[in-house]
Each structure stands twice: as structure tokens, then as C-alpha cells.
Design a binder for this molecule. Structure first.
Ligand SMILES: [Mg+2]
Length: 239
């Protein structure tokens, strides 16, 4: 038996080492375009990184900020006069195919989720972005069998920390905020967002490949774990 009824999990940099793979996928697609249009690979990649940052900043709070097609378009517009517009969707697909094929989980994820399921605690992934890509990521990572629900910010328009995404997760799982734990890598989105609804929320900060972001003295995490398996103790699951 466990004290809590459900665990909400962020996806990127909480379950999947996304930040690492994003960089490699961006380089892969950028090199393809540089080769095709005979551009200097390093210079073009610098430009792509620049445009990536701009897209990210131009669309705060909505999932468009994760768009990769906009990044490649902006970079090509600045470097190639007559590029093939029809190429863009396939470059975006190339990016995501690379990501899905190279997906990597943090240590201990599957064993821990298995244990949580056995103790009848429900599991939902609560992730910013569009639904289709979230599903692809979860499938590619082999996580679908462990989860009860998946909620994408696209379904509620606004990203975390806005509460709609958390509320939708609670509704779908049929649980109350007070009986739920949230784990993520982002103080502002994951911790503050969940805490605003009365959900106990903590940070996953692994020593290897961790990506804790938006740390802020005004946000106090209810717990910080360095190994994913420690979430078992937070949920007070008796082994
Ligand atoms: Mg994250």
C-alpha cells in the first residue's frame, strides 16, 4: 500500500535525457542542410542554434516554442536564396526520427515505474508540447506500458506552470491534488505549477546528465531526489 494515489511525471529531462538528444538531433539535421546547400557546417549550426533560441523565446507558454520547422526555415532564409520549401517537413521528420531512434532513459526508470504500478499508484506523464510527439516519445522510450495517462499542454493550450494541464491529469486519473506527487526537472513549470494546486512537488536532479532548470529562491521544492528510485520513498510505498 502507498500513501499517495498517483504520481505525475514530467517527460523531458525527468524520464528521457532529452536535452542531450536534442543537441545531437539538431546537429544531425543542420549538417544535412549544410551539405545539401554547400554551406559551412559550423557556421550554419551556429545560426541554427541562434534561431532555435529565438523561436523558443518568441512563443512563451505555448507549444509552438518547440517547433523545429520554424528554426530550419529561419536559418535557411538567412543563408540560401532559393531553398526548396518542400524540404522543410522532411527535415523536421529527420530531426524527430533521429531523436526517437536515439532516445535514452535515466537509470532505474523502468524498474521503479514497475514497482509503483504494482503498488497500485497511478502514473501520468504531464508534458509541455503537442500530443503526437509526446506519444511518439513515450512509445519510443518503451514507457507506454507503465503509464495510465499522458497529458500534453496542446490539449489545454497553455504550458506548465499554468494549472490546466495538472487539472486535466487529476481529472483523467480521478484523484485529488492532495493525494498526488509531481516530479520534474523545472522549478518554475513542474514544482511551482503543481504546488499552486496543492500537489506535493519535487525535483529530479541526477548527478549524471541532469538538467535542473529555473531554480529560484522563491520556489521551495517539497523534495529533491538524485536517483529516480528514491521516488518510492517519497510515495511512501512499502517495499
Ligand atoms: Mg522537463
Amino acid at each position: 500500500m502507498a500513501k499517495f494515489k498517483a504520481l505525475l511525471l514530467d517527460l523531458d529531462d525527468t524520464l528521457i535525457k532529452s536535452n542531450l538528444i536534442y543537441d545531437r538531433a539538431l546537429r544531425f539535421s543542420s549538417d544535412y542542410l549544410a551539405e545539401k546547400y554547400k554551406l559551412d557546417k559550423e557556421e550554419f549550426f551556429k545560426l541554427v542554434l541562434d534561431k532555435h533560441l529565438i523561436v523558443h523565446r518568441n512563443f512563451p507558454t505555448i507549444h509552438t516554442r518547440h517547433s523545429r520547422i520554424l528554426v530550419f526555415r529561419m536559418a535557411l532564409e538567412e543563408t540560401v536564396k532559393n531553398y526548396d520549401l518542400g524540404l522543410l517537413p522532411s527535415v523536421e521528420d529527420m530531426y524527430w526520427d533521429f531523436f526517437m531512434n536515439n532516445i535514452e532513459l535515466y537509470e532505474g526508470i523502468c524498474e521503479t515505474l514497475e514497482l509503483i504500478r504494482k503498488s497500485k499508484v497511478k502514473i501520468a506523464i504531464v508534458s509541455d508540447g503537442d500530443l503526437s510527439l509526446r506519444i511518439r516519445k513515450v512509445e519510443s522510450a518503451g514507457l507506454m506500458k507503465y503509464i495510465d495517462q499522458l497529458v500534453a499542454s496542446e490539449e489545454v493550450i497553455f504550458e506548465k506552470p499554468f494549472s490546466a494541464i495538472f487539472t486535466l491529469a487529476l481529472t483523467r486519473l480521478k484523484v485529488e491534488a492532495g493525494s498526488v506527487v509531481m516530479l520534474g526537472n523545472d522549478y518554475k513549470s513542474d514544482v511551482r505549477g503543481a504546488q499552486l494546486l496543492g500537489i506535493k512537488a519535487g525535483v529530479f536532479s541526477p548527478l549524471k546528465d541532469g538538467n535542473v532548470i529555473n531554480k529560484d529562491d522563491s520556489i521551495k521544492a517539497d523534495f529533491i531526489i538524485k536517483k529516480f528510485g528514491e521516488i518510492i520513498d517519497v510515495l511512501e510505498i512499502r517495499k
